[in-house]
Every structure is written in structure tokens, then in C-alpha cells.
Design a protein around this ligand. Structure first.
Ligand SMILES: [Zn+2]
Ligand SMILES: [Zn+2]
Length: 417
């Protein structure tokens, strides 16, 4: 049997894992400042959860979902995103009966089934947050402020947002705008790509974010939805903008930023950083006030965002690695083992050579391990009942009685703590 990793997947270790851990730690740190709690939902759910929540005719559900059949023939899906799962949890666990509002964040793998291509994985990672129960523009602003703070924390610079509102389902709001847009697009039909010619009837808003050049040229002059939403939606948007202005949040309006599904409402945004280049959003989000209705539950206002961890991990710079921990060198196996475990139990990362090779080779390993101190238990030291402690930064060596070694290490290391 020849072992092979599944196409489109990868193992993470070494620097990659450090990058992920850094991004995850900072997310936990920053998000908790805003009152977010972590939620961990199952990696698979019944397929219909996503089919309804993400939308039947989106690419995610239509072509890219990773489907499994259980032993009783029921269709399960590896989660393609997390919003539907978190919403499911809000409903099935009655979260909103105990609180007027809830804030959750998540970190974890998502799955898709598509032809693997460079930089796109079948198992990919996201960090995201969902905020339930509040419909005021403050909550939209809070999400953007949290994202800005997070990006600063992980050293991604010049954070900016693209912002749009797609209104609501009131007849004088998005539905009226759609009619307007359809009229505009119908006149220019011959210049649109094949997909968009079809979308005029099925999903005209999606023509706005088509990436075909001919379509981009047409929609440049299309009516702007943020100028045509109903009064309430217009107020929500202008209040959000003035809160963002108060906080010096950098954003541009982008009338082409849309969502194709009816349950999305009002605010839509994408987040950018100079480090990512102007073309690539690090993530995005918005309101989905009507998603709960899709699942037959009473309306709960909701909004959230998701960030692609794989891409962010490629962009951040890890700091220089500081020398850290101890390395015990010696040939008397029992003495070495005792010293190693004493140091570990005292709370110090401690390494040693499990093969007890020559002293020279052990020294080489200690150098490579980038530890701050090497503890030497050679024949001379054993005779005298001492340990030679070498500070790897200053190259100074001290003799310490073996029963006082932990105290000595503490005094050597504590000033930096
Ligand atoms: Zn509206
Ligand atoms: Zn198009």
C-alpha cells in the first residue's frame, strides 16, 4: 500500500502551525475584548442545513459541497462555512431564550469539493464571528472596529473596508431597486457575459459582482443600490457611516458589493489590508436579518464576518525566535532523566538527547535547539555534585550545586519574565 495525502489537502506543522497559532491566539485575545465567546459546532451537518442557509443556486451548494452519505443513506455535508451551523445552534439550543443578544466567534476547518488549484484547499480554515439579536448600526460598526483592531494586532497594515448596503425586502427597497437594475441591464444585454444574461432574470444583483470585463464595463454606470434603499435602510447606513467616521475607520463605498440571497440585508462589507494587495479581500461579512426565517424560526437580527486563515497565514511575519528553554547534557542516564523532569515540573521547557550520543554531539544539538541555557552533567560535575550551567546568550558558565539548580535557573530567567 502506497500512502499518499488526499489531493487538495495538506499537513500543517513547523512555521505554518506557528502562523496559525499566532492568528488564532490574537483572534481569541481581541474578540474576547468585545464580548465574543467561542463556539465549536460539528464539522458535518445535514446537507439541507447548508442547502437552505447558503442557497441552492450558489456555487458553494451547487458544485462545491463535500457530501457524505451515512450508513442509513442520509446526506451529510462537511461544513462549507460556519454561519449556518452557528444559526442552527442558536435555534436548536435556544440561546436567545437566555439572553437578548449573543456574540460568538469560531476558528476551524471548512470543506469544499472542487478541482484543487494552487492556494485553494479542500480543507481550508476560517476565523469568523456572528452577532445575534441587535439591529442597530452600532453593532455593524462594532464588527468593523473589532476587525480593524484584529488586523492591527497581527501587524497587517492600512486596514480599510469596502462598504455597501443592499437594503431590505420591503417592496419600496431592494425589490424596487432590482426592477430598476433589470431595466438598466436589459438595454445592455448584448454586452453581458453568458452567465449574466441569464442572471438578469434569476439574480440581477449578482451581475454587479461579475468578474468578466465586459460586465464590469456595463455595471460601472449601473444605478447604485445605496442611493435607492428605503428610508429606514438609508438611515441605518448613514448612521453606520457616521459612527465609522467618528472612529476614523477608512472605508470606500462600493455599490457592486452584493449578496445574491434574499435573507441578506443592509450592510455588506469586505476588509482589506495593504499587505494583501488592493485586489484581494481578507474576508467579508454583513447582515443576514432574515436567515432565521428561512429555517422557520422567529426573526433574530444577525450579522457576522469570516476571514480566510490560509491566506492570512501566508502574509503575516513571525518575529525572530527568541532562545527559549533548557538542554540537559550528560551520560548518566538516571541523573539526566531526574534533572530533566525536575526542570519540566518546575515549568521550564527542557530538552535532552534521548540517544545520549557523544558530549560533542549533544552540544551540537543544544546549539541547534536555540535554548537559553545548557545544563551540563559530565563526569567531573557528577563527582563534585554540581551542574555546569552555560548561558547561551552570554557564553558564561557557572557551577551550581545540583540540589540548588532549580532556584538558580529561576533567578537566571525570572528577570525576563
Ligand atoms: Zn429597506
Ligand atoms: Zn457577467
Amino acid at each position: 500500500m502506497k500512502l499518499k495525502i488526499v489531493k487538495g489537502t495538506r499537513d500543517l506543522y513547523g512555521d505554518d502551525v506557528e502562523r496559525f497559532q499566532f492568528l488564532e491566539d490574537k483572534a481569541r485575545e481581541v474578540f474576547s475584548l468585545y464580548g465574543y465567546e467561542e463556539i465549536r459546532t460539528p464539522m458535518f451537518e445535514r446537507t439541507e442545513l447548508f442547502a437552505h442557509g447558503v442557497g441552492q443556486d450558489t456555487d458553494i451548494v451547487g458544485k462545491e459541497m463535500f457530501l457524505l452519505e451515512d450508513r442509513r443513506g442520509r446526506s451529510m455535508a462537511l461544513r462549507p462555512e460556519m454561519t449556518a451551523s452557528v444559526v442552527r445552534s442558536i435555534i436548536t439550543d435556544n440561546h436567545m431564550q437566555q439572553a437578548t443578544h449573543r456574540r460568538f466567534y469560531y476558528i476551524g476547518p471548512m470543506f469544499r469539493y472542487e478541482q484543487p488549484q494552487k492556494g485553494r484547499f479542500r480543507q481550508f480554515y476560517q476565523i469568523g464571528a456572528e452577532y445575534f439579536g441587535v439591529s442597530t448600526p452600532d453593532s455593524d460598526a462594532e464588527l468593523l472596529l473589532m476587525l480593524r483592531q484584529y488586523f492591527k494586532k497581527v501587524d497587517l497594515n492600512a486596514v480599510s473596508f469596502q462598504l455597501n448596503t443592499i437594503g431590505c425586502q420591503n417592496p419600496d427597497c431592494r425589490p424596487a431597486f432590482k426592477k430598476n437594475l433589470v431595466d438598466f441591464l436589459t438595454v445592455q444585454k448584448e454586452y453581458l457575459c453568458e452567465n449574466c444574461t441569464r442572471r438578469i432574470d434569476t439574480n440581477p444583483l449578482r451581475v454587479l459582482d461579475c468578474k468578466e470585463e465586459s460586465c464590469i464595463a456595463v455595471t460601472k454606470d449601473a444605478p447604485k443600490i445605496y442611493e435607492h434603499v428605503c428610508e429606514e435602510c438609508g438611515e441605518h447606513f448613514s448612521e453606520l457611516r457616521s459612527i465609522l467616521d467618528d472612529h476614523g475607520v477608512v472605508y470606500t463605498l462600493n455599490h457592486k458589493l452584493v449578496r445574491g440571497l434574499d435573507y441578506y440585508s443592509r450592510t455588506v462589507f469586505e476588509v482589506y489590508s495593504d499587505n494583501l494587495g488592493a485586489q484581494n479581500a481578507a474576508g467579508g461579512g454583513g447582515r443576514y436579518d432574515s436567515l432565521f426565517e428561512v429555517y422557520g424560526s422567529p426573526i433574530i437580527p444577525a450579522l457576522g464576518f469570516a476571514l480566510g486563515l490560509d491566506r492570512l497565514a501566508m502574509l503575516i511575519r513571525l518575529g525572530e525566535k527568541k532562545a527559549d528553554g533548557l538542554f540537559v547534557i550528560g551520560h548518566h542516564r538516571r541523573m539526566v532523566n531526574t534533572l530533566v523532569s525536575n526542570c519540566r515540573e518546575a515549568g521550564y521547557k527542557t530538552l535532552y538527547d534521548p540517544f545520549q550520543s557523544s558530549m560533542k554531539s549533544q552540544f551540537r544539538q543544544a546549539n541547534k535547539a536555540n535554548v537559553s541555557h545548557v545544563l551540563i552533567l559530565g563526569d567531573d560535575e557528577l563527582k563534585e555534585g554540581i551542574v555546569s550551567v552555560k548561558n547561551m546568550t552570554t557564553s558564561t558558565q557557572t557551577s551550581v550545586p545540583i540540589d540548588r539548580i532549580i532556584g538558580h535557573i529561576e533567578s537566571e530567567l525570572s528577570p525576563e519574565r
